[in-house]
Design a protein around this ligand. Sequence first.
Ligand code: GP9
Ligand code: MN
Length: 413
Amino acid sequence: DGSEMVEVGNYINANYAEPNPEMLGIAEGRNIIAVSLESLQSFVINEEMNGHVITPFLNELTNDPDTFYFSNFYHQTGLGKTSDSEFILENSLYPRNGAAVFFTHSGNTYDSLSNKLGENGYHTSVMHANNKSFWNRDIMYDALNIEKFYDVASYEIGEGDAVNWGMKDIPFVKQSADLMLDIPQPFYTRLITLTNHYPFDLDEEDMLIPQYDSNSRTLNKYFQSVRYMDEAIKVLFEDLKEKGLYDNSIIVMYGDHYGISENHNKAMGMYLDKEITPFDNAKLQRVPLFIHIPGYGKGEKIDTVSGQLDIRPTLLHLMGIETKGDMQLGKDIFSPDYEPFVIFRDGRFVTENYIYTTDVCYDTNTGEPAEEQAECDQYLKRAMDELDYSDMIINGDLLRFMTEPENLENEMK
Ligand code: GP9
Ligand code: MN
């Protein structure tokens, strides 16, 4: 109700992180091309598998002067997997616990990234070669004010173009770049890749490295499948350049959620050469984030602890769009007020010094339980509060009060 709105609003205002004046608007007016990297976790970046480089193109980007690469960045998704990552990116709110918010709250009012960019003259869309109703996307995209959904019907899937869950990523990114040529600029489009999805099956010709040799067929195929996705991203960059879409765009790429679950701890332990503890499992929730700004030249590797909820404010500020007063729970990672504190949907959290999981406060430096378990207590309380506030916003459909303030006035009478 209205009083919840006031309480949540106070919390959000108190936690607002101002944009960094040096970063505000550095990508203003450019097109935004976001890429959801299916099931991509950070543990493969800048690493090898039995002597084979797994992500050669992305590795190059981690050292590229036009790129910010975030190496300590966490997914914050729950059961809604890809759809949760979309929800987080668009709204900077937590998804729901135990249910996919794309199904349960598609009737809400949202102030999404797409909505905000739309208000600033952008044409907004999503590109994904799957049925439009998967994850209830067609309905939720209306609620998120996404102008156009290029679903499977927008793609031509020729012979040999499909594997595993559907259209292969390489033909998908090529046709997506073609589709972009028809969108009036500036545009914000989000590509959702699909090939690197469990069970990670590929056609022979797309196996660019061998499989791994553990007791987990899933992990064995994962490396090979990730290698194919890396190739697809390289093709996307080439195509954007060829089509003249590259120079005037910003490309934001992020892993949507983990691909290898805890069921494969034994095989993962063999690959990482250590026994996987709950501390390691939490660290394995890192997914890569790349913000690539052609011609920028001052990119860096950033090891700040950060998470998916931070993308919306960070990106909007880079585009020169302010977010003060927005009902978002993430923070601009470049802000001088940024606090490294990432809360997972299931209540685990990560700070610079601690990782809290399975009711234990771990020291991030040693990976062992902290000597003072109470060090986590203040964060634990805040983590619970923040998840509650997010649930309050979603369950109470509080954003309707933003678009129709008279509703709030009436409720407060
Ligand atoms: C399906 C794709 C994969 O359209 O987004 O979904 P996931 O299983 O990863 O949530
Ligand atoms: Mn996914």
